[in-house]
Design a protein around this ligand. Structure first.
Ligand code: NCD
Length: 313
């Protein structure tokens, strides 16, 4: 990995992805081998939006590598409340940590923030933009369940605002994957993402009905309708609950179909699926720890860990 910052999935080559996934597999097989590898390293957590999995799995990952976190805490309890700019906040926290994880409601926030810091900055979600570290754990899970070659995947739900979708779709263009996008018309892929996928030569088809493609799928990646991104609550209500899968839906699926979801789910997957062989989403969430350990391990390998106070020129 030769990247200082991890901002989008598009910047990750197939080789980069494979390097992270291979290291994650090694770590998952023998976590004790890396228990002290980054003793003393501090990861700065800057979450301007709610998070459970991403934040806690980054924290677990750095601690399992022997390091620790410094956490900005909630926006309510930080100086952001006093009107501090994102650039200033990030520049200050850079001096307290060896790498930064940023989640922010504004699309492009991670890219902007990265221009102000020298330590590696990881985009943990920028509005409806990207979520590349989620993509790495999604790919890890897909690789374990099916492999990443000769893959037919359905990506369903909120393709417009779902940042995990945008990052996953980009990353899959470097593998031999046929991508089927299933959504209501109002939540189809943004034009920019669709354009980039075509430019990358991706094999892409769009549908409004899952039935059209379900029997051909190896993986079905279900997403939550991103309620918080809708400018108008009525628009949300029109599409809420439309794309829900239950045991009856999956009768038409291949026995080996792997169902993934970045979580949290609201009502997109009936709980009765949880106990079936199809359900991969809790394992997927658990994979966040070894995958983020692998990523941090690669990024911190050459970093000047423990440079107290940073260089605030
Ligand atoms: C996703 C996100 O924040 O984009 N959650 C996550 O990180 N696992 C998906 C979502 O919120 O629906």
């Amino acid at each position: 990995m030769r990247h200082d910052h991890v901002l989008t999935a598009r910047q990750l080559s197939r080789g980069d992805v494979e390097e992270v996934l291979d290291r994650a597999a090694e770590i998952a097989a023998d976590p004790s081998a890396v228990a002290d590898r980054h003793a003393g390293a501090l990861l700065g957590l800057c979450f301007f939006e709610p998070s459970t999995r991403t934040k806690m799995s980054f924290e677990a990952a750095i601690k399992r590598l022997g390091g620790d976190v410094v956490d900005m805490g909630s926006v309510e309890s930080s100086s952001v409340k006093k009107g501090e700019s994102l650039a200033d906040t990030i520049r200050v926290i850079e001096g307290y940590a060896d790498a930064l994880v940023l989640r922010h409601p504004r699309q492009g926030a991670a890219k902007m923030a990265s221009e102000f810091v020298d330590v590696p900055l990881l985009n943990a979600g920028d509005g409806a933009g990207h979520h590349p570290t989620q993509t790495l754990l999604d790919l890890f899970t897909i690789r374990e369940a099916h492999g990443l070659d000769d893959l037919t995947i359905g990506i369903m739900g909120d393709l417009k605002y779902g940042r995990t979708v945008h990052s996953l779709a980009h990353a899959l263009t470097t593998f031999d994957a046929r991508q089927h996008f299933i959504s209501p018309e109002s939540l189809q892929l943004p034009r920019g993402v669709r354009y980039d996928l075509h430019e990358a030569g991706a094999q892409v088809r769009e549908h409004t009905e899952l039935e059209e493609v379900l029997p051909s799928l190896d993986v079905l990646y279900v997403t939550r309708i991103q309620r918080e991104r809708f400018p108008d609550e009525n628009e949300y209500r029109q599409v809420a609950g439309e794309y829900r899968i239950d045991s009856e839906t999956l009768e038409a699926a291949d026995d080996d179909l792997a169902v993934l979801h970045p979580l949290p789910r609201v009502d997109e997957i009936a709980p009765e699926i949880d106990d079936t062989e199809h359900a991969n989403y809790f394992q997927q969430a658990h994979n966040g720890v070894p995958v983020r350990m692998a990523l941090l391990d690669l990024l911190l390998e050459d970093a000047d860990v423990g440079a107290i106070g940073g260089d605030a020129r």
